[in-house]
Every structure is written in C-alpha cells, then in structure tokens.
Design a protein around this ligand. Structure first.
Ligand code: VTB
Length: 369
C-alpha cells in the first residue's frame, strides 16, 4: 500500500521509494482528480448551447469544489475563480480537501500532510459552452506547495510548440523567425504549419505576419489551454500557439506542456496600451505595483514551462465539455453520460486518455463506442 499524496514528504527518497511515490500519486490523487474534472464537465455540459455562460461556469465551479472536498488532502487554490471578495467559491487562497475541513481531525493528521497547491479553471471557454462551440474543458493542475506560479489575473503572451521545437523557438523572436525554426524542427515547409491564434483585435498584426510568412492560421474565439496542449501531441495538426491570452490559463497550460516535453513560454502583459480590455487595470503603474505586491519584481520576465510549473510533482487533468482536438465532449445517453479526460503526470511521464461511462440511475444501454 502506498501512502496518499498528502503524506509523501515523510518518505525517504531512495530510487525505489521515489518510484513508489510516483505510483502513489497516480493511484490515489490521480484517479480522484479525474473525477473532479469529470464532474465539472458533466455539470457544465448541461448548459451547453443555452447562451448562459455564467451559469455554465458556476455549475462547473460548484461540482468541482464539491468533489474536491471529498479528497483526502490539504489543498489550497492558487489559481481560481478570482479574489475572495469577487468569487464565492474556488477563490484564490481557498482551502479544499477533507483535511482542511473543520471536522477533519478525526480523519487526518494535519502534521503529516504536505500542502498541495491547485490551479483550477472549472469551465475553460465559458463562451464555447454557452454557444455549443468546440474546445471547452474542465481543467486543473496540482503540485506540492509552491510548485505552481501564482499568476495574477493579467494577460500573458504565450508561445507553445511541439517537443521537437522545444528551446529552439523563442518568444523574443518574431513570428516569422519562429515559423522558420518550427518548419526546420518539424521537417516540413512553413506552408504546412498550422498556428492557433485567438481571434482578437490585438492579434491583427500577428495574424497578418503569420499569413505572410506562409503558414496557415486557425483562429479560435476562446480556449487557449486546449490550443497550447494540442501542440504537445503529434497528429492534432496544430504546430503552434501564438498571441496573448489570460495568465492563469498560461500556468495550467505550462503544467501539461512541462510533462509532455513541449515548448511553452509566457510573459506577463500588464500594460493597458497592449491589451485594453478585460483583466488589466487602467494604469500601467498600478499594475506594476500589483505585481510587486505579489513579489514579481521583474514584470517582463519570460517564463518557461518549468518556471510556471516548477513542482517536483505536477499533475494536470482535463475533461472535455464540448468536443475539441484532444477530447470528446460530454455525451448523454439514457441513464448516464460518457466523458473523455486527459491526465498528464510529470513523474510517471504518462498522458492518459480516460474514457468513462457514468451511470446516473439504471441505464438502458451502455454503448461501447
Ligand atoms: C483568455 C484565454 C482563455 O478567455 O483568457 C480568454 O486564455 C479571454 O481573453 O482560454 P479576452 O479577455 O481577450 O476575451 C479564454 O479564451 C477562455 O477562458
């Protein structure tokens, strides 16, 4: 029997035990976090196509939190729905897991437990769900305390690419240069590359440059986590993600890309002159102050996947809400639902696609495929 993830710190790190530790993460927390994302995806998918993005998000948050609180762990949300005052659940700093609950003494020995940091996005792509568009997912990343970069709710310039281009493309280079490097690394012409970019005004020049360089652009309205991770797998026909998305999602993408061996770089965007809408406050100076208050002194630093998800143990889990490049969405049938999830572990170096049938009552048919 292996100890649950929460107790790992007390174990010696001989090679065999290190392997056992990796197993234990897979065997205990690994399975449970699949259920966390599955439950969030099922809840959210009931609101697919209903034009209600806030509800699609809210039900995912509730389902994720409820299932998380049944796990034997002491977890803390480091990336979540927002600051405590604005988010009633899964807010930054919220403690989750059985061992954080007031009545936990009987079940857990708090002194034995390693604290776990969790980054969640219960409904990544709320608009995609609301309008029945592809590519939304319930997603999270887990590490030991301090293992995930607690990104502010700002934007992030991102560059993701397949493992073959890791460390060769560079966010400081122009899109044109990176496309040349990508083409060399992937042994194909630039014309054969597909780059995902979010359809935003801020990307007009970038899109023009990519097209002029000869590559093809897949514009998405939302959901750049799935886009980044698609670069980690051959066969998706996605060879890069370029442009500016939200910073918290960047950390979650990095957690997966680190284990997949793909390229991921992110640079915080805090200047309202670059992104005028959404998450960034009006004043560049105030934004810089906020970063300083979070101990981010070099606001322009370029982070790689290992810096954004630096923990010894990093687990990533996602479950499709609507179908996308990597996973099918939730499909309901008489008496149940079927989900597809992806769990990636940097310890065991596995990416598991998990196909689950959920039986709500007495199902009439259990379809094989
Ligand atoms: C970004 C992107 C996400 O929302 O956060 C985007 O990273 C919001 O960007 O994947 P805008 O403020 O420009 O709309 C998503 O697409 C979905 O959460």
């Amino acid at each position: 029997m292996y100890p649950p993830f929460g107790r790992l710190e007390n174990y010696e790190t001989t090679e065999i035990q290190a392997a056992e530790r990796a197993d234990s993460v897979e065997n205990t927390l690994g399975l449970e976090i699949i259920e966390v994302v599955e439950q969030a995806a099922i809840a959210s998918s009931k609101w697919m196509g209903k034009g209600e993005k806030d509800i699609a998000d809210q039900v995912a948050v509730e389902a994720m939190r409820e299932r998380m609180n049944k796990i034997y762990m002491r977890g803390r949300i480091v990336i979540g729905e927002g600051e405590r005052d604005n988010a009633p659940m899964l807010y930054i700093g919220e403690e989750v897991g059985i061992c954080t609950q007031p009545n936990a003494e009987a079940l857990c020995n708090p002194d034995e437990l390693v604290e776990i940091d969790i980054a969640v996005d219960p409904c990544e792509g709320t608009n995609l769900v609301a309008y029945g568009q592809p590519g939304s997912m319930a997603v999270l990343a887990i590490s030991e305390k301090g293992g995930l970069f607690a990104a502010p709710d700002f934007y992030m310039k991102k560059l993701a690419a397949p493992p073959a281009a890791k460390g060769k493309v560079d966010i400081n280079k122009s899109a044109t240069e990176n496309l040349k490097i990508l083409a060399e690394c992937l042994e194909r012409s630039i014309e054969e590359l597909v780059i995902i970019v979010m359809k935003r005004e801020r990307h007009n020049d970038l899109i023009k440059e990519i097209r002029e360089a000869g590559a093809r652009v897949q514009l998405i309205s939302d959901g750049d986590v799935g886009a980044a991770i698609s670069c980690g797998f051959a066969g998706t026909n996605i060879h890069g993600l370029m442009g500016i998305g939200a910073a918290p999602e960047g950390v979650i993408s990095a957690a997966a890309m680190r284990a997949l061996g793909g390229h991921f770089q992110g640079q915080l965007i805090y200047d309202p002159a670059i992104v005028k809408t959404g998450l960034i406050g009006e004043s560049r100076e105030a934004n810089l102050d906020r970063l300083k208050s979070m101990n981010i002194n070099d606001a322009d630093k370029v982070y790689d996947a290992h810096e954004l998800a630096s923990g010894k143990t990093v687990l990533f889990a996602a479950c499709g809400i609507t179908s996308g490049n990597l996973m099918q969405g939730v499909r309901f049938f008489s008496g149940g639902a079927r989900t597809q999830s992806l769990v990636i572990s940097n310890q065991s170096k596995t990416a598991r696609f998990v196909d689950t049938i959920h039986m709500f009552g007495e199902p009439k048919t259990l379809q094989l495929n």
